[in-house]
Design a protein around this ligand. Sequence first.
Ligand code: MN
Ligand code: MN
Length: 387
Amino acid sequence: MKFIFNLLFLSISFFFATNALSVETSPESRNTQKVQSLSGDPWNVGLPRFSFPFSGIPYEEHHGGRSKQAGSYNFSVSTNMANVLMELDPGAIRELHWHAEAAEWAYVISGQTRITLTSPDGKTEVADVNEGGIWYFPKGWGHSIQNVGTKPTQFVLVLNNGNFTEQSTFSVTDWISHTPLELLTKGLQISESTANKFPKSDGFMFTGSVNGINGAKQNTKSDRSKRSHVFELYNRKDFEKSSSGSIKLVTAKDFPASFNISSGLMRIEPNAIRGLHWHPNADEWHMVLDGEMELVVFASGGKASIERLSKGDVGYIPKGYGHALRNLSPSKPVELLVVFNSGDYQSINLVEWLSTTPAELVNINLQTSGSDLGSLPQTNPVFEGRR
Ligand code: MN
Ligand code: MN
């Protein structure tokens, strides 16, 4: 009796288990579920924000300039890159400092800067970076930035660590103001009265002369410091260009010092799109330099988001997430600064995937037939929509 009861119990369990299983795996019901979830409120549900209204947050004022920052602490999705927007008044200097846990990439939005960068070989590179130029400071190397123009300069820093904050910067003045006097007098071979002149706290920024700092000892004996750490992104020829948009791109191939960051300047013409694609090897950080656009992200699991970014706002797309950008304006182009946390730029475009895969396979996947997809572009249009 007990045996029969067990058998009955088992068959009932099996009946429910197989039924449950068929709900889980039948392709029809999976499709139905997906359609149902998308027919509700499909956008932005259960997802973090992929854009940050950076243009709206206030600057922090410093002596000779101002700055504001975004990272994983206020923009949770940006786990691998943080950014700082900084302005220096004419002559002002961002003091000598280094970053323990991040390399620093930067793009000069306006004005003229002069950077110094000191390598572990004890060599210092001094270089001017003007509007449209970029620099790359390896993790831990000492550096400074000065505005050597007559107008304020504005530049955006991207640090390849989402936890980065300006408060975790290692500054020379912070260090010497927290060092026993004897270590300073002996180590630097200076008198006590000189050491007593040193700042008593972190300076962060200083005012200086617009003539700029000159006279650094240039020395190029080692390979490490022979490499230039500055590059003119703006003067690059277009990597992609069509009537719908263009992108200038700099990878480690062209700018070897920047071995783990590549970057680009993108333009999307009115009504055009940067088509559906993903990056297999890197997160994407971007900032709108001009115009207004829509960022559409596909996050798998039936989740997707649509967000709008204005000039000065920041977007972040984790590695592998599908995405596209739309310029909704009929008259104004979108200008975009794009940074990837890999020196090797890779992307796969949906249109390219579909047009290079055997047509029969694509037709079965997309439930199309015959000439339905005959108009798929055979080239690989990165930008589309403007005719
Ligand atoms: Mn720095
Ligand atoms: Mn992208």
